[in-house]
Write a protein that binds this ligand. Structure first.
Ligand SMILES: NC(=O)c1ccc[n+]([C@@H]2O[C@H](COP(=O)([O-])OP(=O)(O)OC[C@H]3O[C@@H](n4cnc5c(N)ncnc54)[C@H](O)[C@@H]3O)[C@@H](O)[C@H]2O)c1
Ligand SMILES: N[C@H](C(=O)O)[C@H](O)COP(=O)(O)O
Length: 358
């Protein structure tokens, strides 16, 4: 029997976006890998190492069954091995590419259903398709992202957004807030919390003994000795010193413009950017369509795609499911080995085998 602990709850995202069709396409890929219908030719050793887990897992698509069927009519979801649907009804009819305010609540219904599966011991991980933050706010619910939503519902003080791909892991000290508010949000306590979670999860989830973390400055040229801003001197340098004293191998702050030069960043297991558009453009330039968004610091595994709702592509069949596939593989890698019923735990991948190379 397959334990429910090895189940992935996949929320299928904004119904007008590419989430429903990519979720079904990824489910067909997942099922095809289980039956052998999908080839693994050309896969890295790291990805091949996750296959025993994939074959021991189940995938539950959370969303409106008729919507999912209509956005991927060539796929018979009911016939997919290891895949099922947890039905959540739309709040309003949905047309590809056209946002409907009433379905803002539907999207939250799917997230709540996934959280309920986790809390009820019915799933070990949540994988999310993209949502549209604007339409959820337009529906009357303050919402800045899955990351913050899952943090609030898990009742934890802090989580960390990290994207992995193209050989990089880029974490963020602040997430979805206006640029104007960033400097005030970069506090000693926040940086300490973020560095502590990043260090702990790189150890526990990726098996790194002493993760090497590089931290970006906030200002141009990391403040140029105080001539181009004081946050480095007042906040970041003292926080780095405190983190080092606590045993975290963090260095910096480095000027962000040159930290990501390949020969420099190669010396680190992860970088910590101070704000969303300092770190994520680098990551997305390196791996868009193959990257994975991971929430660190939650009591469960949560991964997501590296792209948004792509309303311009919804319903065209031209959206790439690569990031969703990597989000599934990364979630499988992050779930504790003991949650899987495998012939031998030796078949489980070492946690360090994938994560940045996604
Ligand atoms: N994980 C998430 O829920 C998530 C992530 C990023 C953005 N968003 C949200 O998505 C909405 C739209 O954001 P955006 O326009 O900035 O970014 P976007 O990623 O939706 O689109 C940016 C560009 O990338 C292309 N693109 C996106 N996904 C693709 C795919 N799978 N295959 C091929 N091309 C793809 C789009 O066509 C577009 O040209 C916003 O509301 C944003 O907040 C959600
Ligand atoms: N910051 C993410 C990105 O740019 O890819 C995205 O908005 C998703 O964030 P959540 O996982 O918090 O929804």
């Amino acid at each position: 029997m397959i334990p429910s602990a090895a189940t992935l709850a996949l929320t299928t995202g904004e119904p007008a976006g590419v989430g429903p069709e990519l979720s079904v396409a990824a489910a067909a890929w997942f099922a095809g890998l289980r039956t052998g219908a999908v080839s693994t030719e050309g896969w890295s050793d790291a990805d091949l190492a996750v296959l025993p887990r994939l074959r021991a897992a189940q995938l539950v698509l959370i969303g409106d069954p008729a919507l999912l069927a209509s956005r991927a009519p060539h796929i018979d979801i009911g016939a997919l091995d290891g895949v099922s649907i947890a039905a959540v009804p739309l709040r309003a009819p949905s047309e590809a590419g056209v946002l409907a305010v009433d379905n803002g609540r539907y999207v939250l219904d799917t997230l709540d259903a996934a959280i309920a599966m986790i809390e009820g011991g019915k799933a070990a991980a949540i994988v999310t398709a993209p949502v549209h933050k604007g339409v959820i706010n337009d529906a009357g619910v303050a919402f800045s992202g899955h990351t913050e939503y899952f943090q609030e519902h898990a009742g934890v003080d802090k989580v960390v957004m990290m994207l992995a791909g193209g050989g990089l892991r880029v974490a963020l000290a602040t997430t979805h807030l206006p640029l104007r508010d960033v400097p005030d949000a970069v506090t000693h306590d926040t940086l300490m919390q973020v560095m502590t979670i990043l260090d702990a999860d790189l150890r526990s989830r990726w098996g790194l003994d002493r993760p090497r973390i590089a931290i970006c400055g906030l200002n141009p040229h990391a403040g140029e000795g105080g001539h181009l801003g004081h946050e480095e001197i007042d906040v970041i340098i003292p926080a780095v010193a405190a983190a080092r004293a606590a045993g975290i191998d963090v260095t910096g702050p480095f000027p962000a413009d040159t930290l990501f030069v390949p020969s420099h960043v190669a010396g680190y297991d992860a970088t910590l950017a101070m704000f969303h558009d300092q770190g994520l453009p680098v990551l997305k330039h390196a791996s868009f369509g193959q990257g994975v968004n991971i929430t660190l610091g939650l009591p469960y595994v949560r991964t997501s795609v590296d792209h948004g709702t792509a309303l311009d592509l919804a319903g065209t069949g031209r959206a790439d499911a690569g990031s969703m596939q990597h989000a599934i593989l990364t979630a499988l890698q992050m779930i504790p080995a003991t949650d899987f019923e495998l012939p031998s735990q030796a078949a489980a991948p070492s946690p360090a085998t994938r994560g940045a190379a996604a």
